[in-house]
Design a protein around this ligand. Structure first.
Ligand code: IYR
Length: 316
């Protein structure tokens, strides 16, 4: 039960908790996996899922990280060559965030063109409606204007990945949930077990945009120097008394508080003095206006600098 609690902490949903319990009981070394499209920068949004991987390692999962080069290519992120370069850099970043030495990093293209993989992909394409495949990509695809067939191949490949990597648990941000649900429904129809699916909250961009993303320049990178972190946080969207879509509140809630439990907010005596807040306290004080955006931002900057300090040192 302690392990279930650690696994669930800070997630939005585990589908299903019962299956997770069973996996932990039955398997000696269950496998958890996540895939990332290689990206120019690894940022706080990625870090939220990597922290979850660390939790999963702690409770006994073997972790596989898929560097999804073909997926990035199919999603219009550039040539395979350029993407592979980014994948190498991303691997170093993920290691820098503290994943253990037995973490396995796998480049998608090393298995995604084999005959067996392709055969399974075709079988899946035969039982998946076009509408469903398209819908599953709503929050993932880059191209909205002139969608390509690549957009519907992408989710099917993600489902087949689960077979090839032999996973018991698939982790992802909430934007992956529709692909994961497709996997849970269709893998059994192909004769395979569907993995437990675990979803973390999505982080808005520092500009308040829908999603933090390296292609939109609205991110805080794990290797940004302290001055840059302070500057980006200071300029971030953080409306007073508003927590919905507020990236600064989200960083506190999804990254800092799950790790420390409480946050110390330093304030001059004349503005009320220091505050110590847990999650409920943070939300309550911010909504009431007693916690000012500026004091919150200062605290969040310093916590981010502290959390990413080892990664920055490792990457240098
Ligand atoms: N769709 C992910 C990348 C990805 C994830 C998994 I899990 C895969 O098996 C393949 C690709 C993204 O949006 O980054």
């Amino acid at each position: 039960e302690e392990r279930i609690k650690i696994a669930k902490k800070g997630t939005i949903e585990v589908i299903t908790e019962e299956e997770l319990r069973e996996t932990l009981q039955k398997k000696k070394e269950p496998v958890a996996y996540i895939g990332y499209e290689p990206s120019g920068k690894i940022h706080v949004g990625h870090a939220i899922t990597v922290m979850k991987l660390l939790d999963l390692q702690r409770i006994g999962f073997k972790v596989k990280v898929l560097l999804a080069d073909y997926h990035a290519h199919l999603n219009g992120k550039g040539s395979m060559e350029k993407i592979e370069e980014m994948a190498e850099y991303n691997k170093r970043c993920f290691k820098a965030l503290g994943l253990s030495d037995d973490t396995e990093f796998i480049l998608g293209s090393t298995f995604q063109t084999t005959g067996e993989y392709t055969h399974k992909l075709y079988e899946l394409s035969l039982i998946t409606t076009l509408a469903r495949a398209k819908r599953s990509m709503a929050q993932i695809t880059r191209e909205a204007e002139n969608p390509k067939v690549a957009e519907v191949i992408y989710p099917l490949m993600q489902v087949i990945d689960m077979i090839f990597l032999g996973v018991d648990l698939a982790l992802g941000g909430m934007e992956q949930r529709k692909i994961h649900m497709l996997a849970r429904e269709n893998l059994p129809r192909l004769g395979y077990n569907a993995p437990v699916c675990m979803h973390t909250p999505l982080l808005h961009g520092t500009d308040g945009g829908e999603k933090m993303s390296s292609s939109k320049g609205n991110f805080i990178a794990i290797d940004d120097p302290p001055e840059v972190i302070r500057e980006k946080v200071e300029k971030s969207y953080c409306p007073m008394k508003e927590i919905k879509g507020n990236p600064i509140i989200e960083m506190a809630e999804y990254l800092i508080l799950p790790r420390y439990g409480k946050m110390l907010i330093k304030r001059p005596e004349k503005f009320g003095g220091d505050f110590e807040l847990d999650r409920e306290g943070l939300i309550r004080e911010y909504l009431s206006g007693r916690l000012h955006p500026l004091d919150l931002k200062n605290a969040v900057s310093e916590y981010l600098i502290k959390i990413f300090e080892p990664a920055r040192a490792y990457l240098e």
